[in-house]
Design a protein around this ligand. Structure first.
Ligand SMILES: Nc1ncnc2c1ncn2[C@@H]1O[C@H](COP(=O)(O)OP(=O)(O)OP(=O)(O)O)[C@@H](O)[C@H]1O
Ligand code: FES
Length: 618
């Protein structure tokens, strides 16, 4: 069973005095919504399917099985979706069990459940009183009622040279004349329409995904059925360019949420493909390693990658530069390198990184320009240690640091063992708003609605915790919510609770080693908040002041230390010292001026506030 709770539940908690009841509420929420696959249960279930002759087969990421969850007893009960294009009308009554999480989805009736809950449906005689679900069709209605086919005029707005309106209509585009946008339908694995993807043709060319019920139930935009290979693109312009090329060998698939996340509910729609080629577009807010992480989710053996270089950019750019798209496609390389590789195999990866160095450097902080200068950015797969004297503001600083990244789309999981999640969430909210809301409760609803959109998750552990369930929770969140940054506050809360009763340094070293290998294996950035060892107050902390043996700082890519000189000298200041930086090697300090109202250390936030105050009429 997994423990992760999203920001939505916490905010409802913050807004209520009945915090006890709500704490219980989200405890039960996590128990009913976050499950994991029990390996024994899964094997027994497969044995039962064989024994009972239930049609099933092992897929790349899911077990496919005949759906017996609802009352529809045969395929003809389920009508093909009206308007499904040629070849898309076939309805297979398959349900899919995700092999990692045990989540079961049936795309025919848009049902989501868990393996442990569907077992009775697959018994030869289901228990007395067991009732199958009522069969239903997913209902998605477009947000736009005036959709028409695309005219040549509208098509020209795209600015793709030589593109004909007929080509756009053939790949399923529809036109909304009032708002001037193109609409494409998203379908699930049973070809039912479950959402739509919108491209605004005026202004900033925004893309938006609208899904049935909630965002994670989204489908995919696929062009070209019945093929065994597919090219995955991350935005509609790239989709349009490739889909109108009529590539006979490959289907073209547009991911629903760009590189932000790939919900597990989308995986059944990709099961048919034996080969997947990632041809993605990265911009400053997109994680450079997204393809590698998605490939792990989709089974990396079948995944290939086109790393963007000057001569092999993303499809739309390639077309604008009149490059041959088919030649580029043929150059895709396997995502997974074999254990022993040669320079030649890595050559393109290296060139691509050199040509995209700003993106490789990682996501930049908006609030801490000095950190960008020293650390260059926030990258996946690294381990950061933050330490500082007791009460020096480690949690407050880390909360603002992670909020800054999360606002830019870095999906973040907080493990706060020391302070309650509600306290942490209210600190984050205050840092987001810039002032306390206690005397402006009328604004709460507005800010909370905005804040909920930020991809933040919280583990519901509190107090001392053994390592194993924490690592399991993180692994689950990295898979299900595509978490890119995990914060453990603080590591000492995991010590002394494992079965090992020995040297505490040894114990800490093994915990750090486990997080190190987790960060590398799952390509997630892990930040560990740690107490320093006891030293004289007047001494500065150094990397060797981090509690434990040298292992902690050897394993870390970055070591950040809050130095608090206010305690020892009258004019003393507080600053953050970058004491280790494996990526670029630059060391240095960042002054930490504290704004109590905003709980902020950011100079940019503080100078914006001063500017605003100056501009206020007297
Ligand atoms: N520079 C500062 N000036 C004044 N107050 C501060 C400053 N930095 C943080 N605080 C306040 O000090 C309190 C403790 O901060 P915080 O919990 O972040 O410290 P910590 O280092 O994580 O503590 P601990 O060592 O207990 O884990 C908070 O109420 C925070 O608002
Ligand atoms: S066909 Fe699967 S739930 Fe209806």
């Amino acid at each position: 069973m997994r423990r992760a709770v999203s920001v939505k539940l916490l905010l409802s908690n913050l807004n209520s005095n009945k915090s006890k009841a709500l704490t219980k509420y989200y405890a039960t929420q996590t128990e009913t919504t976050d499950y994991t696959l029990d390996a024994k249960e899964y094997l027994d279930f497969k044995r039962q399917l064989r024994f009972n002759n239930v049609p099933h087969k092992d897929g790349h990421t899911c077990l496919h099985l005949e759906c017996r969850l609802c009352a529809a007893r045969n395929t003809k009960d389920l009508q093909p979706e009206r308007g499904a294009s040629k070849g898309q009308g076939h309805v297979a009554r398959w349900a899919y069990v995700n092999k990692r999480t045990g989540t079961v989805v049936c795309p025919n009736c848009e049902v989501k459940s868990y393996l442990s809950q569907i077992l009775p449906a697959y018994q030869l005689t289901p228990p007395a009183g067991y009732q199958r679900l009522i069969q239903r069709q997913p209902l998605f209605t477009s947000s736009y009622i005036n959709l028409t086919s695309v005219s040549q005029e509208a098509c020209d707005l795209l600015g793709i040279k030589g593109l004909k309106a007929t080509q756009l209509n053939a790949i399923g585009a529809q036109w909304e004349p009032q708002e001037q946008l193109l609409v494409f339908q998203l379908r699930n694995a049973a070809q039912h329409v479950v959402g739509e993807k919108i491209l605004h043709l005026t202004g900033d060319r925004r893309e938006k995904t609208i899904s049935h019920k909630d965002a994670t139930n989204s489908g995919l935009l696929v062009h070209g059925v019945g093929k065994q290979k597919a090219v995955l693109v991350s935005n509609l312009m790239d989709f349009i360019v490739l889909a109108t090329q009529n590539i006979e060998t490959h289907s073209i698939v547009c991911l629903p949420f760009e590189l932000k996340m790939l919900p597990q509910e989308c995986l059944p729609g990709l099961e048919l493909f034996k080969e997947l080629i990632f041809w993605l577009h990265y911009d400053a807010s997109h994680s450079w390693d997204a393809a590698r992480t998605f490939a792990q989710k989709l089974e990396d053996k079948r995944c290939l990658l086109i790393r963007p270089t000057e001569t092999e950019p993303s499809p739309h750019l390639a077309q604008r530069r009149r490059l041959n798209l088919r030649h580029i496609l043929a150059k895709a390389q396997p995502v997974r390198h074999r254990s022993i590789t040669t320079f030649n195999a890595m050559r393109n990866d290296i060139l691509s990184e050199l040509q995209n160095i700003e993106k490789v450097n990682g996501v930049k902080w908006k609030r801490f320009p000095v950190l960008n200068k020293l650390l260059k950015g926030h990258r996946r797969g690294e381990l950061t240690i933050l330490t500082g004297p007791t009460g020096s503001g480690k949690t407050t600083f880390m909360s603002e640091y992670s909020l800054d990244l999360a606002i830019q789309g870095v999906s973040t999981l907080w493990g706060s063992f020391e302070i309650r999640n509600t306290r942490l969430a209210s600190t984050l909210l205050r840092q987001y708003v810039g002032y306390p809301l206690d005397d402006k409760l009328n604004e709460f609803s507005h800010w909370a609605t905005e804040f909920e959109r930020i991809p933040l998750y919280f583990m519901t552990f509190h107090g001392q915790q053994p390592l194993k369930p924490v690592l399991e929770a993180i692994e689950h969140a990295s898979y299900v919510h595509d978490v890119q940054h995990v914060i453990i506050d603080n590591l000492q809360f995991m010590m002394g609770v494992s079965s090992y009763r020995g040297d505490k340094f040894w114990e800490q070293d093994s915990i750090i080693a486990a997080f190190r290998s987790f960060a590398t294996k799952h390509n997630v950035h892990v930040t560990l908040v740690m107490h320093p060892r006891k030293e004289r107050q007047e001494d500065e902390l150094t990397t060797s002041s981090v509690f434990g043996t040298a292992k902690a700082t050897q394993e870390a890519d970055n070591v950040l230390i809050i130095q608090d000189k206010r305690l020892t000298s009258v004019r003393g200041k507080k600053y953050l010292q970058i004491a280790k930086n494996r990526y670029s090697g630059d060391l240095g300090i960042m002054p930490l001026e504290f704004d109590k109202d905003a709980l902020s250390y950011s100079t940019t936030v503080q100078s914006a506030k001063r500017r605003k105050e100056k501009e206020k009429p007297m």
